[in-house]
Design a protein around this ligand. Structure first.
Ligand code: PMP
Length: 445
């Protein structure tokens, strides 16, 4: 029996933890017990500053009573209702609220909303919608899906097929025909940049190369994260997303932005779509949709995509797809309360006000040991460390453990440290992050 050392500590054997080195973790567990505002409290009573909004999701900060009460009210009124050939008003209400702030300019908003249970489900839903759309408009040969190297789109078979992370792919088979653009990260040309890098827009032309290789008539959609988060904060070069949009238009390929982390204010606008001024055909979302309080995802589809599927016999299901928990009443209640908080506290645009102070704070770490790049956009930062003797991730993992012990939660992926603090953060929190991380870097080996 693997018991955490304190009396009454939980037994750790049965829970098979996700994306975790289970044996290593269970030998020296880090357990969080409660959360309020910008902080967690660990089971050993330490206060820990949340530098990552949980996992990029708690945009309005922790412990929001308004969300908790809305969920409780909904669960005691109606806990669950089927959403296949049945409805409940709160799912429609939430979709209408989302339509008001949906990604895209007035008149072109992606205001048709399909609910899922997570980011991974949103991605697989959007990919299926793309293939169904192409078939509905008489382009049934278009089934190929294009992603990007170093992309992360969750863990469904669709998501790992278009994703570009070796460890997510090497053990599992992928959808036939999926292919990838190169990623846009070029540290030789673009190191220590605040905001969008200057160099690399031409990498979008990779899509032309794949069209020449496979034929446009085989390609249904291209999916990218506007800012890739999970693989270490890769920010699109100036002009890159515009160029991708133009190539998709030229060849009848749908463009999908995976906004699971960039949605709901992370960059200083409701969506990266609005921040960059480039409108895709679909946007996937999750995380900040309910402030992380209840699992939920959504796909925002354009009317073009939606309306193309609303044909055929009236009694036929237009898209044969959905989840038991699509539009779950408790998740919708959490989502509406979350949107109220974002609106009332101006959180969708707060990152725009904070970003100069944030960028300056993060870039002040330049020159500390092992720091080979710092990149920032909105309220996101990626700090890349030199790997230790070719052991990728070993040094960053040590820094992560050190920071946790000193009261700061950071996220590491390989040797890159990623930050995405709750949008309620202020400059004092930025100072604390710099101080704890700076000291940890000075101690790093
Ligand atoms: N897409 C992106 C861009 C993500 O960052 C994530 C999660 N980090 C996902 C999809 C998957 O979301 P989930 O873990 O909720 O399935």
């Amino acid at each position: 029996m693997n018991q955490h050392t304190k009396p009454n500590a939980p037994v750790l054997d049965s829970y098979w933890m996700p994306f975790t080195a289970n044996r290593q973790f269970k030998a020296a567990p880090r357990l969080l017990a409660s959360a309020e505002g910008m902080h967690y409290t660990s089971t050993d009573g330490r206060t820990i500053l949340d530098g990552t909004a949980g996992l990029w999701c708690v945009n309005a900060g922790h412990g929001r009573r308004q969300i908790a009460s809305a969920v409780e009210r909904q669960l005691t009124t109606m806990d669950f209702a089927p959403s296949f050939q049945m409805g409940h008003p709160i799912a429609f209400d939430f979709a209408e609220r989302l339509a008001e702030i949906a990604p895209g300019p007035e008149g072109q908003k992606l205001d048709r909303v399909f609910f899922t249970g997570s980011g991974s489900e949103s991605v697989d839903t959007a990919l299926k919608m793309a293939i169904a759309y192409q078939r509905a408009i008489g382009q049934g040969t278009r089934t190929r899906l294009i992603g990007r190297e170093r992309g992360y789109h969750g863990v469904g078979f669709g998501g790992i097929s278009v994703g570009g992370i070796l460890n997510n792919r090497r053990v599992f088979p992928q959808l036939p025909g999926s292919d990838h653009l190169r990623h846009t990260h070029d540290p030789a040309k673009n190191a220590f940049v605040k905001g969008q890098p200057e160099h690399g827009a031409e990498l979008a032309d990779d899509l032309e190369r794949l069209v020449a290789l496979h034929g446009a008539e085989t390609i249904a959609a291209c999916i990218v994260e506007p800012v890739a988060g999970s693989t270490g904060v890769l920010i699109p070069p100036k002009g890159y997303l515009e160029r991708l949009r133009a190539i998709c238009d030229k060849h009848g390929i749908l463009l999908i932005f995976d906004e699971v982390i960039t949605g709901f204010g992370r960059l200083g606008a409701a969506f990266a779509t609005d921040f960059f001024g480039v409108t895709p055909d679909m946007v996937t979302a999750a995380k900040g949709l309910t402030n992380g309080a209840i699992p939920m995802g959504a796909v925002f589809a354009s009317r073009k995509v939606h309306d193309a599927l609303m044909h055929g016999p009236e009694n036929a299901i237009e898209l044969f797809h959905g989840y038991t928990y699509s539009g779950h009443p408790a998740a919708c209640a959490a989502g509406i309360a979350t949107l109220d908080i974002y609106r009332d506290e101006g959180l969708m645009t707060r990152a725009a006000d904070l970003q100069d102070a944030w960028h300056d704070a993060m870039h002040s770490l330049k020159g500390l040991p092992y720091v080979i790049d710092i990149r920032t956009i909105g309220l996101i930062a990626g700090i890349e460390l030199q790997s230790r003797d070719g052991a990728i991730g070993a040094r960053a993992y040590d820094v992560f453990v050190d920071c946790f012990e000193k009261g700061l939660l950071i996220r590491v992926t390989g040797d890159i440290i990623a930050f995405s603090p709750p949008l309620i953060a202020d400059e004092n929190h930025f100072g604390e992050i710099v101080s704890i991380l700076g000291d940890a870097l000075k101690r790093a080996k």
